[in-house]
Design a protein around this ligand. Structure first.
Ligand code: SAM
Ligand code: SF4
Length: 420
């Protein structure tokens, strides 16, 4: 029996797919590269924006055309949505919430139901990369931001025990992994007995080995001084912070249920930037911003522009608001036109190009450490600690750290020369 997994969306979905792949393989399935060659096609779906959802409808049609006999199973954000189930109907053989993964074989009729309630994050993963691994530390979200479907799709927050996380990281490091990325919807809410997120980071940081430690994402309302100090004092944690601002306008932030003001957000960024020890590597800050939230006026949008100018982001994931079923914002009128949303996104992108370039210029003339994640025609591509893409001429370095002297800064990358 052959399987193929299609993953749409975020890091969390990618990590889920890695657990799903390992699970299917322990139940006798073998992977194939194309859905048309598979007996079982699994869709790990994203419902964060309408566009991601629409991709699934197209994919299901295509899969059914190419291989009508294939079983198609669907998990992720869309699995529990009655409207999606109605629309896709019998084209999908099984809808299952990813938390039900330990019982998937029973649901597929392959074995008797063992009634397992084991947390699905405790299952083994089949990592896609041989040098960089996502390690989920929890699932779900309690925050209910007004626009967001995640708390409905993934349920309330559940966290993995710290010992289990440490075991997974130790195993990965022993296998030579160079980058560990701890992920959850809001890492700052992590709790395992007395162990909070800064304490967990310290424990992972203390594991012997030559590896980088990253984490995502941090909700600004819960980002503590203790966490900033932990990162500053650590040996392995990269100086890159992904903190979603979503808007720079206090009234919109309130409507979004974000629980901070633009000023509080900017103060946080200031604190993060002030923290690297003198002469140490600068911290980069990236963000998510939504344009065209219901009722967002020109003046309110201008506050997002101001925030972007002041925060000096190295990267920003800009999203045009799209109403999501069941969310509180879906009850508001989606009154910013598509053309206006597009225009606002473009304006923010222009600011981003400026701030990102200014940030990247700090590295010109410096020699930086890079983890190479791609090789193409004699060129290596990788990320530095601040998660900026670095390009340089060399070969045979995939999955390895390299020292690169930076010669040129661009808005979304750095060019350099291989040192060693
Ligand atoms: N938990 C993460 C946080 O708060 O930082 C965010 C996770 S969410 C899946 C990823 C991003 O999608 C959000 O930060 C937001 O910018 C964007 N997003 C979520 N719902 C959206 C919507 N209805 N329309 C447009 N963008 C949306
Ligand atoms: Fe969605 Fe807000 Fe939770 Fe992030 S914190 S997953 S944006 S509800």
């Amino acid at each position: 029996m052959f399987y193929h997994i299609i993953t749409i969306g975020c890091q969390m979905n990618k990590a889920d797919s890695e657990r799903l792949a390992a699970y299917l393989e322990t139940h006798g399935f073998k992977p194939v590269d194309k859905p048309a060659e598979a007996d079982l096609v699994a869709l790990v779906t994203c419902g964060v924006r309408q566009m991601a959802e629409d991709r699934i409808y197209g994919l299901v049609k295509q899969i059914k055309q190419d291989k009508p006999t294939a079983k198609v199973i669907l998990t992720g954000c869309l699995s529990d949505r009655p409207d999606v189930q109605k629309r896709l109907g019998s084209k999908i053989d099984l809808y299952f919430n990813i938390t039900e993964l330990p019982r998937l074989a029973a649901k597929l009729g392959l074995e008797a139901d063992n009634g397992s309630n084991a947390g699905y994050l405790s299952l083994q993963a089949k990592y896609q990369s041989a040098f960089s691994a996502y390690v989920p530390i929890g699932n779900g979200c309690n925050n209910f931001c007004a626009y967001c479907v995640v708390p409905y799709a993934r349920g309330r927050e559940v966290y993995r025990g710290h010992e289990e996380i440490l075991d997974e990281v130790r195993r990965l490091v022993a296998h030579g992994y160079k980058e560990i990325i701890l992920i959850a919807q809001n890492v700052n809410s992590y709790k395992s007995g007395d162990v909070d997120f800064p304490a967990l980071l310290k424990m992972v940081d203390a594991i012997d080995g030559d590896f980088w430690l990253r984490f995502a994402t941090s909700h600004p309302k819960d980002l503590s001084d203790k966490l900033i100090d932990t990162v500053a004092a650590s040996k392995k944690i990269c100086r890159h912070w992904h903190i979603a601002a979503q808007s720079g306008d206090d009234d919109i932030l309130k409507l979004m249920n974000r629980k901070y003001t633009a000023e509080q957000f900017l103060n946080l960024v200031k604190k993060i930037r002030a923290n690297p020890p003198a002469g140490g590597p600068p911290a980069s800050v990236s963000t998510d911003i939504i344009v065209g939230f219901p009722g967002e006026s020109e003046a309110q949008f201008n506050n997002s522009k101001k925030l972007m100018e002041q925060a000096g982001f190295s990267m920003a994931y800009l999203a045009q608001y799209s109403p999501r079923p069941n969310t509180t914002a879906a009850k508001l009128t989606d009154d910013v036109s598509a053309a206006e949303k597009k225009q606002r996104e473009e304006e923010l992108n222009e600011i981003l190009k400026q701030t990102a370039l200014e940030f990247n210029q700090k590295f010109v003339g410096q020699t930086v450490k890079v983890l190479v994640d791609e090789e193409r025609n004699g060129w290596c591509l990788g990320k530095n600690e601040q998660f900026i893409t670095v390009k340089f001429k060399a070969a045979g370095l995939l999955g390895k750290f390299a020292q690169v002297k930076i010669k040129e800064a661009k808005p979304f990358g750095l060019n350099g020369e291989y040192v060693r």
